[in-house]
Write a protein that binds this ligand. Sequence first.
Ligand code: NAD
Length: 255
Amino acid sequence: MKIEKGRAAIISGGASGLGEAVARELSGAGASVCLFDINEDKGKALASELGGHFVKVDVCDVLSIESGFDQARAAQGQEHIFVNCAGIGGASKTVSKGAPHDFALYDRIIRTNLIGSFLCASRSAAGMAQSEPVNEDGERGVIINTASVAAFDGQIGQVAYSSSKGGIVGMTLPMARDLASLGIRVVTIAPGIFLTPLLAGLSDEIQASLGAQVPFPQRLGRPDEYAQLARQIIENSMLNGEVIRLDGAIRMAPR
Ligand code: NAD
C-alpha cells in the first residue's frame, strides 16, 4: 500500500520510543497520524509537532479503545494503517523466594501487551473492512504488531513479558488468514534491543554491554530502524502473516 498524502494511520504507544519513530516516519511520508497513548503530555506535544492528532487511550480498557477509534476517525477518517506499539515490561520469576509470580503483575503485562494489541487490531480491522479498497490488489489495510525476541528466547524473570509477546507471535498468522478476504494484512515485528526511553534509563555501561551481545552491528537498535521496517511492511504488499526479527542476529542468553 502506498503511503499517500492524507493516508490515515493510528499508532498505539505513539507518544514514545518505537511508536514515536513510526509516527515520525509515516508523517514524514505524508500520512495523517493519530497517536493512542496514556501519556497525554508527550502524546499531545508530538501530535502538534507532526500536525497529527492525539487521543488518550488506555489499551487495557475496551471502552477507552472504542472511544479512541471514534475520535480518531472523526478527526482524520478511517485509518488504513494501524501499528501496535503500546507495551510495558516487568521482571519477576515464576517462583521467587518461595512465592509464586505476582498475579497482578502477570495480568497487567498480558492485558497491556497481548489483549491490548488484539483489541486494537480487531477494532481497527472492523473499520477497515467497511472501507473501499485503496489499490488494484483490493487492499484495505495493514496492521503491524510489536512482539519481541523475548517471544523466542525469553530470559530468566521474563515469563510474563515473554508470554505476552509469544501470544502476539501466535496470533499473527491466524489473524492474517482471518482478514485475508477483507484485503487486510497483518505482520509482526520482533525487535531485539532498541534504544528507547524504556532502556535510556540504564547506565552507559549497561547499554554498552547489551550492545556488545549483538553479533552485528554491535550496538543497540535505533527506533528509526524499526520505523523503516514498519514503512516497508506497509509499502510491500507481499509481506503478510509473518513475524520478522529485527535484532542484529542476537539470541538472548538465559540471563
Ligand atoms: P516506550 O516505553 O518508549 O513506549 C511505550 C509507549 O506505550 C509509552 O508511550 C507508554 O505511555 C505507552 N503505553 C504503555 N501502556 C499503555 C496503555 N495501557 N495504553 C496506551 N499506551 C500505553 O517503549 P518502547 O521501547 O518504544 O516499546 C514499544 C513496544 O516495543 C513495546 O511493546 C515493547 O515491549 C516493544 N519492544 C521494545 C524493545 C526495546 O528494546 N525497546 C524490544 C522489544 C520489544
